[in-house]
Design a protein around this ligand. Structure first.
Ligand SMILES: [Zn+2]
Length: 79
């Protein structure tokens, strides 16, 4: 049997609780960043008017629906 004093028991329980919250927070942030990155792969920013529009990932240039200029697909970067 492990003998602990009351302050150590409280400290250990609090440490485990806070470590769990920190781990959940970090894993949620990583998952959210992956989803955002995957979403940005399908979007193209126009080089002329900076309008963002959804395109299929292909190598052919697409026409901007706002100004009509041709743009090559480059994945957007997260801020
Ligand atoms: Zn445009």
């Amino acid at each position: 049997m492990i003998r602990l004093t009351l302050p150590w028991l409280v400290f250990t329980a609090l440490f485990i609780f806070l470590a769990g919250i920190l781990l959940a927070w970090i894993s949620y942030a990583i998952a959210r960043r992956r989803v955002e990155k995957r979403k940005l792969l399908a979007w193209t920013a126009c080089r002329v008017c900076a309008f963002r529009y959804k395109t299929p990932p292909s190598s052919s240039p697409t026409r901007c629906p706002q100004c009509g200029s041709l743009n090559e697909h480059h994945p957007l970067r997260a801020l």
